[in-house]
Design a protein around this ligand. Structure first.
Ligand SMILES: [Zn+2]
Length: 257
């Protein structure tokens, strides 16, 4: 086969994966055999779950599209405004169930605090993460781009920031979670849902001062952990308010642009 050249234009924050800050980044690749557009995109370091639209010479294509001649390719991330319809998009936006990689413990706790369902095991191996992802149809959260490129990954996200609060906002933005927040409904330790319980049911397990000062209790339906609005609760509430403030600031700046 005669060698040919493809020019890939990576748009918006996909340039993050190329080690750039912003704008459009163009990469040229010389190929000498039929190659899927997905393989070429990933050879540039951009995991497929981050790609929502691919245009080949201006036409939307799916990941399997085979490149075999000189071609211009535009690659777009999930959140961007364009006139292409949903059917041309390659990603599902609204997902509410996740499995998080072992290095994302703080993000996991923050998402659970907001009520989101995140399976997490600090010591989980890659194959275990992928198995949970597949069985429960969860989106994979990881800062391991090679794992995100694994062929079995359907939905996933690579948090750009290293800060848990910023990562939380990123995940909420990516998966359209802004209207699904339900704070204090899920166990931070084990991810199971909390249920309201009468004080009498848990009083045996409470410290003396907690027995005196608190009336409302929730219990984890998974591990039995008891939650009440004590001093720790104030810190958690402050964390939620911090995230809400960041969300509000973000929507203000979006409205201005
Ligand atoms: Zn629990």
């Amino acid at each position: 086969m005669k060698p040919f050249t493809v020019r890939l234009n990576f748009h918006r924050d996909l340039v993050f994966f190329l080690g750039r800050k912003a704008g459009v980044e163009v990469i040229e690749r010389s190929l000498s055999e039929k190659t899927s557009v997905k393989d070429v995109v990933e050879s540039c370091g951009v995991p497929h779950p981050e790609v929502d639209l691919i245009l080949v010479d201006g036409q939307p294509v799916n990941f399997d599209y085979a490149l075999e001649r000189d071609t211009d390719i535009d690659v777009y991330p999930v959140r961007f405004t364009c006139t292409y319809s949903e059917k041309d998009r390659l990603q599902v936006r609204c997902i509410k169930r996740f499995v998080a990689d072992g290095h994302l413990g703080k993000l996991t706790r923050t998402l659970r605090l907001l009520g989101f369902d995140v399976v997490y095991d600090r010591d989980a191996q890659d194959r275990q993460l992928l198995a949970v992802m597949k069985i429960d149809n969860r989106a994979l959260l990881t800062r391991d781009r090679w794992l995100l490129m694994h062929k079995v990954v359907r939905h996933g996200y690579y948090p750009r920031s290293q800060d848990a609060a910023e990562q939380t906002i990123e995940v909420m933005r990516r998966f359209d979670l802004f209207f699904s927040i339900a704070p204090f409904t899920r166990c931070l330790r084990c991810n199971a849902l909390l249920e309201k319980v009468e004080k009498g049911e848990v009083i045996e397990k409470l410290e003396p001062l907690t027995r005196i000062h608190y009336q409302q209790f929730r219990r984890c339906t998974g591990c039995g952990q008891i939650y009440w609005p004590g001093s720790h609760f104030d810190k958690l509430r402050a964390r939620i308010e911090g995230i809400r403030a960041m969300l509000a600031a973000e929507s203000r700046s979006e409205n201005q642009t």
